[in-house]
Design a protein around this ligand. Structure first.
Ligand code: GLA
Length: 471
């Protein structure tokens, strides 16, 4: 009798623990309570959100986030992903909106970048625009695809034509004006007006007005157009800047930098500005990419920050580590991550391998395989570190009490200037005993720019500043 009771209790425990192990965080609806910039985001399937050079379209009260899918080994087109969200914090993977084509542009071993989607007011169709190219970036052309459903699958149609000729340019963006007219933006400041069905170009509205000015991003507030772009530094970050005008035809007045000088746009490159219109105000959300070649799938992140706008000036004066925008009122709330703090020197953090104190950091290592780990009862874990010009890649893994890895990612500890910031935040976790392990990969991002110049990190260094645990 006693042994039967024992057996039942044992079975219940077994079920509870196994189910808990299987669930991990990927079954939870609510993984994040804020927008965190510069850290990997996990989607509803527990995979890193891969949607760079993208845009957001609001449809039926949902936000659809489109962007470049990437792999960690090459620059080849891997499709354009589509995610959806109701709060801009939690992302559900919807679809590979545009897949690798069997042949031609956007087939395997080509380049497809800067995907943008707009709903055509005339046809009700969703039209997707992108930069297509060859792997050496010498066969550039703007192309388009269409779909009846926002999430796709989109049908690739080929080059977008102006006077029957393709637009042979690389970085591009889109802008939909208040009257529904669609425009294509090109590096250097060119603007082209789309036909009413968005499938061809009818007019060149603005000529090239500057050199460089990649990642063209345009939005309108009241009667002013703001045109943001970046310097030409490949995947390396730079101080993005902007022009304003009362007409898309110009004249365009050069204004200032988008973020404080030297922050390199808080380490990002522009891709889109999303107006979040509410009953009280409209928040204009700057969307930037923090690239990390070759590990663009796992280590490139997103920098999304609210723009402040006054008297024709835009700015991101402060970097919000955690913030929200209220979808109904349009107002912004920023916060900081609170919890139990453990400094890098805390005895509970176990270091293995060669970790040293250097001029920049209390604990740092570039020894491949060196690691640190610690155990905690937590519902969320945040890792802060010094990102530096010799920063490299680390793998971060969170393991639950059953030994199951419930979140893991590669994180890039590079910044051209030293910056102590949030490098990783786990999704909100079920209460459990977790082990977090950070290991030095002995690699770093690097890239040869179009000019032939080599850019990237100078080393493989990983540093730790502190860990914050929410219980
Ligand atoms: C710039 C562009 C990106 C990409 C890279 C490649 O950063 O904005 O879209 O083309 O160059 O070097």
């Amino acid at each position: 009798m006693l042994s039967k009771k024992h057996h039942i209790i044992h079975s219940i425990f077994f079920i509870v623990f196994v189910v808990k192990g299987i669930i991990g965080f990927s079954q939870q609806k609510h993984l994040y309570d804020a927008i965190y910039s510069g850290v990997p985001w996990f989607d509803d399937k527990g995979k890193a959100v891969s949607a760079h050079g993208g845009c957001i379209v609001k449809e039926n009260n949902k936000y659809y986030f489109f962007g470049e899918a990437h792999c960690d080994t090459s620059n080849a087109f891997a499709g354009f992903n589509c995610y959806s969200s109701t709060d801009l914090c939690n992302w559900k993977f919807e679809n590979i909106a545009l897949r690798i084509q069997d042949s031609g542009r956007l087939s395997a071993q080509t380049v497809g970048e800067r995907v943008k989607v707009m709903k055509c007011p005339l046809t009700g169709e969703f039209v997707m625009f992108m930069h297509t190219d060859n792997l050496s970036y010498k066969g550039q052309c703007v192309a388009y695809a269409i779909s009846k459903n926002i999430e796709g699958p989109y049908t690739f149609k080929g080059p977008l034509l102006f006077q029957n000729k393709p637009i042979k340019r690389w970085d591009m963006g889109t802008f939909k004006d208040v009257d529904g007219t669609g425009y294509i933006l090109i590096h250097g400041g060119e603007i082209y007006k789309l036909s009413d069905d968005y499938k061809t170009i009818v007019e060149q509205v603005n000529k090239n007005f500057t050199s460089g000015f990649e990642a063209p991003t345009l939005f309108r507030k009241d009667s002013i157009y703001y045109f943001i772009g970046s310097d030409l530094t490949g995947w390396e970050r730079n101080d993005n800047y902007y022009f304003t005008s009362t007409s898309l035809k110009g004249p365009w007045i050069r204004r200032s930098l988008v973020a404080p000088k030297g922050t390199l746009t808080w380490n990002s490159q522009s891709t889109f500005v999303l107006p979040v219109e509410g009953t009280k105000e409209t928040t204009y959300m700057f969307m930037g990419d923090r690239w990390s070649f070759p590990k663009q799938a796992s280590a490139a992140t997103y920098v999304w920050q609210p723009l402040t706008i006054s008297e024709n000036n835009i700015a991101i004066p402060n970097f919000y580590e955690a913030w929200n925008v209220d979808k109904s009122t349009g107002t912004v709330n920023s916060s900081i991550i609170k919890g139990k703090k453990l400094s890098a020197k805390d005895k509970r953090i176990v270091y293995s391998g060669n970790w040293q104190q250097d001029t920049l950091s209390i604990k740092s290592s570039d020894e491949k395989g060196a690691s640190f780990s610690f155990h905690t009862k937590a519902t969320q874990i945040a890792v802060y570190a010094l990102a530096r010009s010799d920063g490299g890649y680390a793998s971060i893994t969170i393991i639950n009490s059953l030994g199951k890895t419930i979140a893991s990612s590669v994180v890039d500890f590079y910044s051209k200037y030293p910056a102590t910031t949030l490098k990783f935040i786990s999704p909100i976790l079920l209460k459990d005993d977790y082990t977090i392990k950070v290991a030095v990969l002995g690699e770093h991002w690097h890239w040869q720019e179009k000019s032939g110049k080599l850019s990237g990190s100078k080393g493989n260094m990983i540093s730790l500043d502190k860990i914050i645990v929410r219980e």
